[in-house]
Design a protein. Sequence first.
Length: 241
Amino acid sequence: YLVKDGNAKDVLSRIDFGIIETPIIVISAFDDREFMLEALRHGADDYVVKGRFGESDLHRAIQYAIYRKYKELRLRQRALYDPLTGLANRHLFFDRLDEVHRFSTRHNEKYAVMVVDLDRLKHVNDSMGHEAGDRYIRAAANGLVCSMRASDTVARAGGDEFVAILKNIRDKRSLERLCGVVRETIAAKAAAESDLPGPLTCSIGIAVSPDDTESPAEMLRLADAAMYVIKRQGGNGVHFA
């Protein structure tokens, strides 16, 4: 990128480094330590002075910047995503929940939190081993993602439990239909992908804001409690808070 007006620091200050995945190298005529440090503080991966490098030096700087960005993205992936399923982890889930709550409140929209707990997973782990259980978990995660819209968030809460945030909910009937799709898709994915005996069923609890509560933390608690109502009844069903 050729900077015609302003300087590299001005360009870097306008970049959202929370989303950009491309390494940035500043090539400048300024051989100034303070300017270099300022560019690095604003997000540059490297700083090269014109006339002070050859082709091999530039190539090495580019390769190093790419490697650093790769390591940075790997660390970010580990910090925010579940390693078994690739879904958001609890930390990212709570960040998204807070974002959706603020957006929905500002735009006077309803949103829902869904808690999905896999039935019989402990039995699978005990009788067939944790590798078989992991295959069930990955199949369930795949089924959940396939059932949701791109605007929804699906996360693994841990163990055999998943949580989802559903934006812009219109009515209870649409949620009931979605729950049916979730249960069918999870069962189908498990049957097709995991090559394990027996169907995979799940227990689902749902809370809706602002109908049930206006607190994001309370939304999760209510959805979890609703899920346990189904668990106590033998599983394989849906309950609303």
